[in-house]
Design a protein. Structure first.
Lengths: 320, 502
């Protein structure tokens, strides 16, 4: 059967179809091949460049790759607990490495908050505060950026450009600038994360608004509602669950972001983490990592749970 | 039979009064929203207290904020007018003045005269030199003689050219004129006369205008001219800070032979001029001077920026390459092994939840500072994130295509290749592109902890508090890169998915 099908001579039309198909196939393969070749060239070039400009070379450093695991082995398991809860260490020799009780934040004469818990709380507060702040201004801005609510292209363009700039401006620069004006502390980090959040949430929000059902708005318009009434009663009720969902997603991202900003001088848990890793304090490093890891997982789980309650299954998309 | 359904306001109100539950939301709902808002309000108050925001904002040095912001797009030239005890003056530029070593800017007019000055060379200064050299044995005899004969102060007469009058024109309405110990400052139509030789120190004649401040009588007077600059007037020195818009010496620094030449001059030097450096052409000299411009460090900035791009690119690419096979093991509809699914998923969660910062710090220790560390950090974190997303995409596929391929007796691998992959590949690629773009942004931040890229350079420039123009330069470069990658990724994604996705 197969041979008979092959031996059948194609009609003119059939030959054209076959030739077109072959051409198409060839072109597709060429594009795929070219794309992959380009990718390979870019990748090897990138790797070479990265290796050449790195302080240590990849293959020289590879044997030491797992050294950091060695940085994570404390003298005994209980040390981690002592570092986490600021309990005195039996190895205390007056050095920074074992000075756990020094970090205690005393609330009263005898009750204290362990240092890292306090710092973690600080990071969490930075994240929550900036997310609320970002939500507030993103909420206000998004209605001016949405095509269906703001017919004026100039206002819309302005609102969108503002959000783009706020989003693209490197957080680290904002933090650094305010570090120079305000003193060291968490507030520069808060400002930086807040500003970024306004832009990021504003963008997600206006996209939600643009996809909103316009029928309630139409009804309100027919009844003579002004712009604010239309937005407040027609749009806000239907977009609020999605807004909340994005708010929670952003909260997850901001917990991480404020940790990183903290590491470059913005207060919170990031700084002690960076210091303890660079100084090789195993127990402290592990205590902080465990704390940070647990917090991030807790925040993620809480946010996922709440988002599922708010918007159902569509909550499981990750946005940044 | 027609019923007029139009109602007047009174009727509407009547209906509303009869069925209040339709008009007013349920009490539960209303209370809940009030509670939420009250909670947020309380939280903000608590944060205000927790971070003592009010206090920090009040203690902040807002005055300097304006200067720092102005430094982003302008620069200051800072000549000092030094006034000697006899009233003669000297105009001195700092060593690293943006105007180069021997600057004679037009906005500083000086009148000079030759004077014979008697300079008292202090005895201490004379003795210091021989004494110092006396520690060398072969100088010892001379030093002993010098020390004994020139014990007292000595007077020396020299003929010197000194400045008798200096006029600094900030702009058409602002100027400072110094002559014979009198300073005349003009700004915005107001004129202030300051007497430097008064017995009570620096003394203004008449009341100080708004732009001049003096903390205590007799002390220095600060003249603030807004964006055009400012000046400190003191008894022995008048420090001028004249601000100009733009970036100073962006192309050639003051050490370059091309410094202070117009574009035409530089071009003619490059194309047809004599070789400035006999060992190489003027073009290569000029290019080299640009790359190694000591103030702007173009080559270093570009290298670091490229590192940032490379970090994001390689990190994301590797992450998607590794996440790709793993996600098939993690998706419960592809691999029907609950234990394996859970193990892989928890592994993804682990990679994701150990923050990018932690990975960055560890890899910086492992590889040393540089892009390898940042690349690995992005790779580890995003393997987790992409793996999770890919697995979710796989779990949401349409089963019909798979069943169709299976029903014709395809091998398991072929089922995945033709039944699953065509559905998810655009989603996979789109997610990878999205993370590539967003990692370009986050690579800047992790660079600041030493993981390579422009972050550290940016951070160092900011910590000096005086290189804000360099910060601005780098921020602009970053914004351009982010914009290009944003558009490229958006374009590719819309090609892949067939519509604009976010």
């Amino acid at each position: 059967m197969a041979t008979s099908a092959l031996s059948t001579t194609l009609s003119d039309n059939g030959a054209v179809v076959e030739r077109h198909w072959q051409e198409l196939n060839l072109r597709r393969r060429t594009y795929t091949f070219l794309g992959l070749a380009l990718l390979a060239v870019a990748l090897s070039g990138s790797l070479w460049f990265a290796n050449a400009t790195n302080a240590g070379k990849f293959f020289d450093r590879l044997p030491y790759f797992f050294d950091f695991v060695g940085d994570l082995v404390p003298r005994d398991g209980a040390e981690i607990g002592r570092a986490m809860f600021d309990l005195p260490s039996p190895y205390d020799d007056g050095s920074l490495k074992y000075n756990y009780p020094e970090g205690r934040m005393y609330l009263t004469d005898s009750i204290y908050v362990p240092e890292y818990f306090y710092k973690m709380l600080e990071t969490l507060n930075i994240a929550i505060f900036s997310t609320i702040f970002g939500m507030f201004f993103g909420f206000i801005l998004c209605f001016f950026a949405a095509r269906n609510l703001m017919p004026n292209p100039w206002v819309r363009g302005l609102a969108r450009r503002i959000m783009e700039i706020l989003r693209a401006f490197p957080e680290v620069v904002i933090a650094g600038f305010f570090l120079a004006i305000l003193s060291l502390g968490p507030i520069p980090a808060m400002i930086a994360v807040s500003i970024h959040t306004v832009g990021a949430l504003g963008k997600l929000f206006f996209e939600v608004v643009e996809n909103a059902d316009m029928k309630p708005d139409e009804g309100l318009r027919a009844a003579g509602g002004n712009w604010f009434e239309r937005v407040w009663f027609g749009i806000v009720p239907q977009v609020l669950p999605n807004f909340m969902s994005y708010f929670l997603l952003r909260l997850e991202i901001n917990v991480r972001a404020s940790t990183i900003i903290g590491a470059v001088g913005g207060g919170g848990i990031g700084e002690p983490l960076r210091l303890s890793i660079s100084q090789g304090h195993e127990a402290k490093t592990l205590a902080i990592i465990i704390l940070l890891f647990t917090t991030i997982i807790a925040v993620d789980q809480f946010s996922a749970w709440l988002r599922r309650r708010l918007v159902g299954d569509q909550a499981f998309q990750l946005a940044q | 039979m027609t019923v007029n359904t139009m109602m007047n306001t009174a009727q509407m109100d009547a209906i509303a009064a009869r069925h209040p539950h339709l008009v007013k939301g349920s009490a539960n709902k209303r209370i809940r929203s009030i509670l939420v808002f009250a909670g947020i309000g309380l939280y903000m108050v608590y944060s205000w207290w927790f971070f003592s925001i009010g206090q920090v904002l009040a203690n902040a040095n807002w005055g300097i904020a304006g200067t720092y912001l102005a430094d982003w797009v302008s620069y200051e030239v800072r000549p000092d007018i030094k006034i000697a005890a006899d009233g003669t003056m000297q105009v001195v530029y700092p060593r690293y003045s943006p105007l180069g070593p021997d600057a004679k800017p037009e906005w500083v007019k000086i009148e000079t005269k030759m004077v014979e000055r008697t300079i008292d060379v202090p005895a201490a200064a004379q003795q210091a030199a021989p004494k110092k050299s006396s520690s060398f044995s072969f100088m010892a005899p001379n030093a002993a003689v010098g020390g004994s004969t020139q014990a007292g102060a000595r007077a020396e007469t020299r003929t010197e050219e000194v400045v008798s009058r200096a006029t600094v024109n900030f702009n058409s309405t602002t100027s400072i004129d110094v002559i014979d110990g009198k300073v005349t400052a003009t700004h915005g139509g107001e004129t202030l006369l300051i007497d430097l030789e008064h017995s009570a120190g620096v003394t203004p004649e008449g009341a100080l205008p708004e732009w001049a401040t003096q903390k205590r009588p007799g002390e220095k007077i600060t003249l603030a001219f807004g964006m055009t600059g400012w000046a400190d007037v003191d008894k022995e020195k008048i420090s001028i800070h004249n601000r100009f818009p733009g970036w100073a010496n962006f192309i050639f620094d003051t050490n370059s032979p091309f410094f202070n030449k117009s574009f035409g001059e530089v071009m003619s030097l490059i194309t047809s001029g004599e070789r400035l450096d006999p060992s190489r052409s003027n073009l290569s000299l000029a290019w080299n001077n640009i790359l190694y411009n000591s103030e702007w460090q173009h080559l270093d900035v570009w290298t670091k920026l490229l590192q940032t791009i490379v970090m994001a690119f390689v990190g994301t690419l590797f992450a998607s390459i590794i996440a790709f096979p793993l996600c098939f093991l993690a998706a419960r509809n592809i691999t029907r092994n609950g234990l394996l699914n859970q193990i892989i998923k928890r592994f993804f969660d682990f990679l994701r939840s150990v923050d990018m910062l932690i990975w960055a710090l560890f890899f910086t220790r492992a590889f040393g500072p540089g892009p390898l560390a940042g690349m690995s950090a992005i790779f580890f974190t995003d393997t987790g994130t992409l793996g999770k997303l890919y697995a979710e995409a796989l779990e949401n596929i349409d089963d019909k295509q798979r069943e169709g391929v299976k029903s014709v007796g395809a091998a398991p691998l072929a089922v995945q290749r033709f039944g699953v992959l065509p559905q998810v590949l655009p989603v996979f690629a789109s997610q990878a592109l999205y993370f590539w773009e967003s990692n370009t942004r986050s690579a800047t931040i992790i660079g600041a902890v030493g993981a390579g890229g422009i972050g550290l350079k940016l951070w160092e420039a900011m910590r000096t508090n005086s290189d804000w123009e360099n910060v601005c330069y780098m921020v602009i470069l970053i914004l351009i890169v982010v914009f290009i990658f944003d558009s490229a990724s958006n374009f590719l994604r819309s090609r892949l998915i067939g519509q604009k996705t976010h």
